[in-house]
Design a protein. Structure first.
Length: 647
């Protein structure tokens, strides 16, 4: 059995779509019950370098007791989740689909609350279009009651067909009942949407709605009229904030080509929506991420021009892939480009480090030279430096528009789509596959070790002060750094030598002119003297300014660096900054502390770095979103300045 079969079962029986929540972990996904938003299963796809193939695993929330009921080799303790409610499942040729699907049924059942909900209509006033949902909970076991889910399409009492616009009435009649699979729902949505493609209305509705993968069939008459009224305004350039259900139905329409001439027109209107709606402060960041993802996926499956499609890709992902291309072929790029690419994966702290602050382009040049030299000389277990740090391109299943209501009207043909040299897609035998470098397989420790040791040794070589800590695990980098430093020393020594240009074509004429001048100055007696006078000069040995030559040890200039003792009273810190630093020294998060004082993390981090810069000469904290962390290399310095001890 494969994970794709489990995902298909969950989608067909429970209308649960597989959610890929983490861009940096594309092999991980979850099955979430839409009724309570609880995870039923965590799906994992990992590359096993020893086996040379992808393995599939799953953690399922069906209770640890099933391990006693099913003594099967592919069932075990959970792989990533914790607690007695989770078990682990390994997927291979011996995994029984019936058993796994039964366990998913148990997981869904265990996560749902027992009971029923009945929806009653308020029909006390005939003809009144207002109504009220009255949910009545019942204990499990009651029978003989006709129940309906909260989303039942009960209409207000007294609302006759004569009061319903004919177009909407006809649209509702187009709905084909029967199999309620995601595929059937998407087909119904497309059929109804094309019928209502040019419909306009003028009956606003501003109530609250919540529904997973909403379609027209999930809305009541007044809600449908409210949606089409809102859509009428959108098409006229009037962007008004509304509930997310209306927004997603509108975006689903564009994905399916409803209200658009072709795929390019759909993408253009999606961009207009982002500008007019999301950029105006409506919606959420999650909605924007979905929009960008759908724009890219629609572009790929429709085979649009990759050069135009790249602008729809996630900006951070694009930057990371561009950096990979530079680091993979550093000989084709400038020092500035290589250093910028290194900072993409090493962090902005290297761009703002003391080394770059003091040396500028020289520091960047040497940093880039270390990567270039190591890239051409490193070899470990058959891997070059790039492969050791970032792995090789791998291929996994790809599910375009999986988290949207989308109907593929015509079957796709086999195709290849190259987004860039790092990222491509292929469609074969009814399946899409994605090929790329995956962050989960990066050797972050190896790369960070190279960056840290390079920064540390270049600071010593260029005498920027504030040396970093040395880590024994990073010793492998030293030969590459020292080779670059030695080459730089030689280049600088050569550059200091005086340059004398000799024009050999003029030498003969110079000799003739000199001989003529000499003969005119000699007396008759001197002209007869054929012996030339030679004078030898002896060069005096040079000394250093201190009177003694410099000493080298292990190829590194050893020099005592005296740092003035910093005093706490010399630091312009108020109580809030001192309190925040005290929390960081204890290893605690300052996020709640900043939030309680309405302080922005990024601004606060810049203020701390500015206050310490004159004393330490480098940034002491880093900011990632709302979280601030202390740079470990300066923990002891900060503790000393504050009058305390480092943890």
């Amino acid at each position: 059995m494969r994970l794709s079969e489990l995902a298909a079962y969950a989608k067909e029986k429970y209308h649960i779509a597989e959610q890929f929540k983490w861009a940096e972990y594309p092999g991980y996904s979850v099955l979430t019950d839409p009724y309570n938003e609880k995870w039923a299963a965590l799906l994992m796809r990992r590359w096993d370098p020893d086996l040379g193939e992808e393995i599939e695993l799953c953690d399922m929330r069906c209770g640890r007791e099933v391990l006693r009921e099913y003594c099967l080799p592919y069932l075990s303790q959970p792989f990533r989740m914790h607690g007695d409610r989770w078990i682990g499942v390994r997927f291979d040729s011996g995994t029984d689909p019936d058993v796994v699907c039964t366990l998913l049924d148990k997981a869904i059942e265990a996560g749902r609350l027992h009971g029923f909900t009945i929806v009653l209509e308020d029909d006390k006033t005939p003809g009144n279009s207002r109504y009220q949902d009255t949910p009545l909970p019942f204990e499990k076991g009651l029978t003989g009651l006709k129940t309906a889910p909260v989303s039942a399409k009960a209409e207000p009492a007294g609302l006759s067909d004569a009061l319903i616009p004919g177009r909407i009435l006809k649209m509702r009649q187009l709905y084909r009942y029967g199999v309620n699979t995601p595929k059937a729902r998407a087909e119904n949505f497309y059929t109804q949407g094309k019928y209502m493609e040019n419909y306009e209305d003028d009956a606003p509705w501003n109530g609250e709605l919540r529904h997973f993968f909403p379609t027209y069939h999930d809305l009541r008459i007044h809600q449908l009229r409210g949606y089409f009224t809102w859509r009428t305004g959108i098409r006229k350039g009037v962007y008004q904030e509304t509930n997310e259900v209306f927004v997603y139905i509108y975006l689903y329409e564009l994905l399916n080509g409803i209200g658009a001439e072709d795929a390019e027109d759909s993408l253009r209107k999606m961009q207009e929506f982002e500008t007019g709606y999301l950029d105006a402060g409506f919606g959420s960041s999650f909605m924007r991420r979905n929009l960008h993802r759908w724009m890219l996926e629609l572009s790929v499956i429709r085979g649009l021009d990759p050069a135009a499609v790249r602008r729809y890709a996630d900006e951070e992902q694009t930057d990371r892939e561009s950096a990979l291309l530079i680091l993979r072929s550093p000989e084709e790029h400038s020092s500035e480009e290589i250093f910028s690419a290194l900072c993409v994966y090493g962090g902005d702290k290297y761009r703002k480090s003391k080394l770059i602050q003091k040396t500028g382009e020289e520091g960047k040049r040497l940093f880039a030279a270390v990567w270039q030299y190591a890239a051409s000389h490193f070899e470990r277990r058959g891997k070059d430096l790039f492969t050791a740090c970032f792995g090789r391109q791998m291929e996994f299943m790809w599910h375009p528009l999986e988290n949207a209501v989308f109907w593929q009207q015509e079957p796709l043909v086999n195709a290849d789509y190259v987004l860039n040299e790092c990222h491509s897609y292929s469609f074969r035998n009814g399946e899409w596959r994605e090929r790329s470098y995956y962050y989960v397989y990066f050797d972050k420790q190896l790369f960070d070790g190279l960056m840290h040791e390079t920064d540390r040794r270049l600071r010593l070589y260029l005498k920027t002060g504030h040396p970093l800590k040395e880590y024994m695990d990073d010793a492998w980098v030293v030969p590459y750094i020292e080779a670059v430093i030695e080459e730089d020393r030689k280049a600088k020594a050569e550059a200091m030598k005086p340059k004398i240009r000799i024009r050999f074509d003029d030498l003969e004429q110079i000799r003739k002119d000199a001989s003529k001048t000499r003969d005119s100055l000699l007396t008759e007696e001197e002209k007869g003297d054929t012996e030339e006078t030679r004078q030898e000069t002896q060069a005096m040995p040079e000394e250093t300014s201190a009177g003694q030559p410099l000493q080298l040890q292990d190829g590194i200039l050893k020099e005592e660096q005296a740092f003035p003792e910093t005093r706490p009273e010399a630091l312009p810190l108020d109580g809030i900054r001192k309190e925040a630093l005290a929390l960081l020294l204890q290893g605690l998060s300052v996020k709640p502390f900043l939030r309680s004082r309405n302080l922005m993390a990024e601004v606060f981090a810049d203020q701390l770095n500015e206050a310490f810069y004159d004393l330490i000469g480098d940034i002491i904290v880093e900011c990632d979103g709302d979280e601030i962390t202390l740079v470990e290399d300066y923990r002891s310095d900060v503790a000393r300045i504050l009058g305390g001890e480092a943890e």
